[in-house]
Ligand binder design. Structure first.
Ligand code: ATP
Length: 683
């Protein structure tokens, strides 16, 4: 590797030539954008609907072609060996740019020809002679770094530019990592669309980053298919979604929906209530699916009367046993309750038609439709296979002990049934105080009635926290598509947190998914991760400690103070960190947040809520421990670890919450406590 070139060469040298290419690429991008802006759609659109659609597409395209000052147009270059098929030189960037002749100036990082930028190595050069990485300061190209992969004389070294990118102080929302995706990450990013992949990785191993880049990659490689079927990123809460929302647009992808599981299932009922953990655990148990299935199907009543259709002067009689046969056959088929209900009148009509034919008539399809709509057939269908309202059904299951007992027989025991029954049954669907777990049950019931449409690809982040019923809810949204499941078993903080990936993937409906592991940590400094990992044997025995790839050892300080000094110490720590570059997170047990809010206000220190964007003036965020997951700050002050543990229903969950809180810092962590530290941490 040649030396990094931090300053411009005195005579026009490689850096000047690269800058010239950057300037030319920018000009080409501008020309591409102007071409799109100049498109006159009046000639090609016949009506205003088409015009509106086309106009939107053009607007999106213009946005995608924007030259963003803070994101360099290219970050790498590959020179292939002249003897190879690729032959030439390629600049790798966030999007494709071509010149007026259509020749490429910058190649999209997702193109096959870019792949060796991420994967080629001295051992496997993949026909690459030279890999060049570019360094930028602001928008200016200021450095480059070369690897001659086929030169045996060149020693293998660690890339400085890569290291700088990893060590860069964090401010504001999450950024893309497209310039520095690591080989083991790239393998996941570029995995095929057909398979589901599950990534287990400790804090800061890049799971979220990998998931987002994977969506961008899949959209590139399967644009048409995914434009039709749709993609979705699922995150744990709004603050998290706000934190990641700019990554995909920065990669030119504006169409990916982002939601929480609660958002997904929230369409049927309004969630205004909460469950105690015991109820939520049972409601989230996969056995509830069987209870619901039985309850839905219990609406079918086998007929005891014949169906008699009068047409003109004739009466056609389908005897009860024959209608029963039809019903039994529909029940046995693997179709939705609603679809079977729609099929039933046609099936009865068909039985009538068979009789008509036997009597010498020649009825056609229209006659069958008429018979299916006949009042007697309709009445029979209503009696046999009445419509089911999913919310009403769940309301009844949770209010009517007998109804629940009937359908939960052999599935839930008495205590479990008691746990889920409402103490005071609500009068109506509207007045009920539905909990998040209830909404998932209603969603499951809705799917038993009518199939939920499937998307092409779903990325599920922080997956370890989902209940089996939530996995099912996500699974039906990718039943004919695929998923990327990201999580860390050690960070599971719900009472129903995933115990193992095989089980979770089975609930998701993807039992054959590949489970990959990421172990290199890009966020947490070595000393800090070692401290947090003292908890691992207690919260997730068997999981390996994250191996920090950061060179900066980071700072860790654990400070015990008298109770009356605690808030002042916390404020002092925040003030000290605010004197450094980057963001500061003050993480505290949820019950401690109001007191700290007051203390910060009294001291005149402005602060943000999680997910709110930092500004040059306000870089401190007060983070309730329950919202810390997935987020990161350059410096973290952790207030009173034992309070973080105590705020959770049990010790294991508490220690896991603490593990999450301890692993948010990029450059430094200061722990302030007045109470004794949890013994598992004290070491
Ligand atoms: N290849 C990479 N190059 C540079 N930075 C990286 C790379 N991979 C990850 N990072 C950075 O490391 C940090 C942690 O990444 P990310 O949030 O994706 O980790 P995670 O595994 O989802 O963490 P958690 O378990 O805490 O949610 C982010 O700032 C991310 O940009």
């Amino acid at each position: 590797m040649s030396a990094t070139t931090p300053t411009p060469d005195p005579v026009p040298g490689p850096l000047d030539r690269e800058r010239a290419h950057l300037a030319a690429s920018r000009a080409a991008l501008r020309a591409m954008r102007e071409d799109v802006e100049a498109l006159d759609i009046r000639d090609v659109t016949a009506n205003w609907v088409n015009a509106a659609v086309l106009e939107r597409q053009i607007e999106d395209r213009v946005k995608a072609l924007a030259d963003l000052a803070h994101t360099p147009l290219f970050f790498g270059r590959l020179d292939y060996l002249p003897t190879t098929q690729e032959g030439g030189r390629f600049y790798i960037g966030r999007r494709h740019v071509h010149d007026a002749q259509g020749d490429p100036m910058v190649i999209d990082w997702r193109a096959p020809v870019s792949q060796p930028f991420y994967r080629a190595s001295r051992r496997d050069p993949r026909d690459v002679r030279l890999r060049r990485r570019f360094g930028y300061t602001g928008g200016d190209l200021t450095a480059y770094e070369d690897e001659h992969l086929t030169d045996p004389a060149e020693a293998e070294t660690v890339s400085r530019l890569l290291q700088q990118e990893i060590e860069r102080p964090r401010v504001g929302p999450m950024r893309d990592i497209v310039a520095t995706i690591q080989p083991e990450q790239d393998e996941i990013v570029r995995g095929g669309l057909s398979g589901t992949v599950c990534v287990q990785g400790g804090p800061g191993t890049g799971k979220t980053a990998v998931g987002l880049h994977r969506v961008a990659y899949l959209l590139y490689a399967h644009r048409e298919r995914l434009a039709r079927t749709g993609t979705l990123v699922i995150g744990p809460n709004r603050s998290f979604l706000r934190y990641i929302e700019q990554v995909l647009p920065a990669l030119g992808e504006l169409e990916v929906r982002q939601a929480t599981v609660d958002d997904l299932v929230g369409g049927h009922v309004e969630v205004r209530g909460a469950d105690d953990p015991a109820a939520a655990v049972v409601k989230g148990d996969a056995r509830m699916a069987e209870v619901l299935r039985r309850a839905v199907r219990s609406h079918v009543t086998l007929p005891t009367e014949p169906v008699i259709v009068v047409r003109g002067s004739r009466r056609w009689r389908v005897p009860a046993y024959e209608v029963e046969e039809i019903v039994t056959e529909l029940l046995a088929r693997d179709i939705r309750y609603g679809a079977a209900r729609e099929a039933l009148p046609q099936r009865i009509a068909h039985a009538v038609l068979v009789r008509m034919e036997a009597a010498g008539e020649a009825p056609d399809d229209r006659v069958q439709d008429q018979v299916a709509r006949n009042a007697a057939v309709k009445a029979a269908v209503k009696a046999i296979w009445p419509p089911v309202d999913p919310a009403k059904l769940v309301l009844r299951l949770l209010s009517d002990a007998e109804f629940l007992a009937e359908h939960a027989d052999g599935v839930l025991d008495e205590d479990e049934r008691k746990a889920v029954l409402w103490a005071r049954p609500p009068r109506s669907v509207r007045s009920a105080r539905w909990s998040p777990a209830d909404a998932v049950l209603v969603d499951e019931a809705a799917d038993l009635v009518a199939r939920t449409p499937s998307l092409g690809h779903v990325v599920l982040d922080e997956a370890q926290d989902l209940s089996p019923m939530q996995y099912r809810a996500v699974g039906r949204r990718c039943s004919t598509g695929s998923a990327t499941v990201l999580g860390d078993l050690a960070q599971g903080t719900t009472p129903w947190a995933t115990r193992g990936w095989a089980e979770a993937l089975a609930h998701l409906g993807k039992p054959d998914a590949l489970v990959e592991e990421l172990t290199a940590g890009f966020r947490v400094p070595r000393e800090v991760i070692a401290y947090a990992s003292r908890l691992l044997p207690h919260i997730a025995p068997g999981l390996a400690e994250v191996r920090s790839v950061r060179e900066n050892p980071g700072s860790l300080e654990v400070r015990g103070v008298a109770a009356e000094r605690r808030d002042a110490e916390v404020l002092g720590a925040c003030a000290a960190f605010l004197r450094e570059e980057g963001s500061v997170g003050l993480i505290a047990a949820d019950p401690r947040v109001p007191a700290l809010e007051e203390a910060l206000r009294a001291a005149g220190v402005p602060f943000l809520s999680p997910g709110e964007e930092t500004t040059p003036d306000v870089r401190l965020t007060l983070v309730p421990a329950s919202l810390a997951k997935g987020l990161e700050y350059d410096y973290v002050v952790l207030d009173e670890p034992s309070a973080v543990v105590a705020a959770e229903p049990d010790d294991r969950t508490g220690l896991r919450r603490l593990y999450v809180a301890l692993t948010r810092a990029v450059s430094g962590l200061k722990v302030v406590h007045a109470a004794p530290l949890p013994e598992q941490l004290a070491g």
